[in-house]
Design a protein. Structure first.
Length: 139
């Protein structure tokens, strides 16, 4: 089974990326991921990102500000996902956990220090390599 999923790397003015820790009771409980989710019927990836970020973290991203960054095709034991990752540097509101998850702002160089869901490992490396700039900061 193929799942279409869209994810977003929200980047703040300090260059940090917002990561979400999956809550108890969900698959991959306790692992970190880029916010996003499954596409609903008839949705574009961009529309899914806007909906998911509104529902999960209470912000309104600028849909036309979503910049395609990379994608992953990843095989899990029971399903495969195809997931584009978008960058977003502009949104309205303040990110706050609405679904029991923990949120954390992380510098690109530190993303792979998190215990990530398997599909996000490659994407975190891409962000580190392309946006990290070699800086070393505490998150």
């Amino acid at each position: 089974m193929l799942l279409l999923v869209a994810a977003c790397a929200l980047m703040d003015t300090d260059g940090r990326i917002l990561m979400a820790q999956r809550p108890k009771g969900k698959s991959f409980e306790g692992l970190w991921e880029f916010p996003g989710g499954k596409l609903e019927v008839g949705e574009t990836p961009e529309q899914a990102i806007v909906r998911e970020l509104r529902e999960e973290i209470g912000i309104e991203p600028c849909e036309r500000c979503l910049q395609p960054f990379s994608f992953i095709s990843h095989a899990y034991e029971d399903f495969n996902i195809l997931m584009p990752l978008f960058l977003c540097r502009q949104w309205d509101g303040f990110a706050h956990a609405k679904e029991g998850q923990t949120l954390k702002w992380v510098f690109p160089e530190r993303l792979n220090e998190l215990n990530l869901v398997p599909a996000d490992v490659f994407l975190a490396r891409e962000i580190r390599d392309r946006l990290g700039g070699g800086r070393r900061f505490e998150s």
